[in-house]
Design a protein around this ligand. Structure first.
Ligand SMILES: [Zn+2]
Length: 261
């Protein structure tokens, strides 16, 4: 067994362009071990010399598609890409401190997309989960100037393919960022006296109609009934609110989303 630090260090050295043999010697581990950490069970790419082979856009790399689909949902809700230096960017996902489990899930998803070290920055009421890479703008080409509602959000074909193949992960990411599951408790009089009924439902709110469309397209693919209303918020921007309230639809959502934690 090797510590997470050693695994991270080998990945970091690889990203700097060192050969597997040099890394193995420096970290006192086997070449097979490092290749296993790097590729997991996936097929090794043809060009191991390409130091950006993880990038699915500017190299022949690939990403863990389920983790990517989830992280894309988080990114579209609460993420942004900032610049550090020398072409290195950081991805930042703002996670509410109310849901410590979701902070963990986000921190686990990021290195499945890229083998980067994840760090956390405490802010008031939230924690930024961050990772640095030269390729965030490749894998999240939706980055750009201004707020997400003020620019077009269109998925590239390869992203759409991943989202189509892993729609539940994508929907889960969107709900974990800009959505919630609430439970309304209602008291009703019956023949046997007062009874309480729970009406769980899901809500999602975003100021970008295109992001809202990505969610509803995903729900359509999964056969989940939804409704949308627009809350006008002049003079700023409207909020597109998607709700899933039908019993069967909520039950289906509970299979892969569930309450925040
Ligand atoms: Zn790239």
């Amino acid at each position: 067994m090797h510590s997470r630090e050693i695994v991270d260090e080998t990945l970091r050295l690889k990203a700097l362009g060192m050969t597997d043999h040099a890394i193995a010697a420096q970290c006192s581990v086997s070449v097979q071990a490092l290749r296993h950490w790097r590729y997991g069970t996936r097929r090794a790419p043809h060009t191991t010399a390409d130091r950006s082979f993880y990038c699915p856009v500017c190299a022949n790399g690939d990403v863990d598609p389920a983790a990517y689909s989830y992280l894309l949902g988080l990114y579209l809700g609460d993420g942004y890409i900032g610049h550090i230096r020398n072409g290195v960017d950081y991805l930042s996902i703002a996670c509410s401190d109310t849901w410590p489990g979701l902070i963990e899930e986000c921190a686990e998803a990021i290195p499945k997309v890229f083998p980067v070290k994840v760090f956390r920055v405490r802010r008031k009421g939230c924690t930024e989960v961050k990772g640095a890479s030269k390729h965030w703008r490749c894998v999240f080409p939706q980055n750009g100037r201004g707020m997400k509602h003020s620019r077009p959000i269109v998925l590239d074909p390869w992203q759409q393919q991943i989202v189509d193949d892993h729609t539940p992960s994508f929907v889960r990411g969107l709900i974990h960022s800009d959505g919630c599951r609430v439970s309304n408790r209602v008291r009703k009089k019956t023949g046997e006296g007062w009874k309480y009924y729970e009406y769980p439902r899901y809500f999602f709110s975003n100021t970008s109609q295109e992001i809202s469309d990505l969610l509803t397209n995903g729900l359509d693919r999964l056969g989940i009934a939804w409704k949308r209303r627009v809350e006008e918020k002049p003079p700023h921007h409207d909020a597109f609110i998607v709700s899933v309230a039908q019993k069967a639809a909520v039950a289906r959502m509970d299979e892969f989303v569930g309450p925040k934690y």
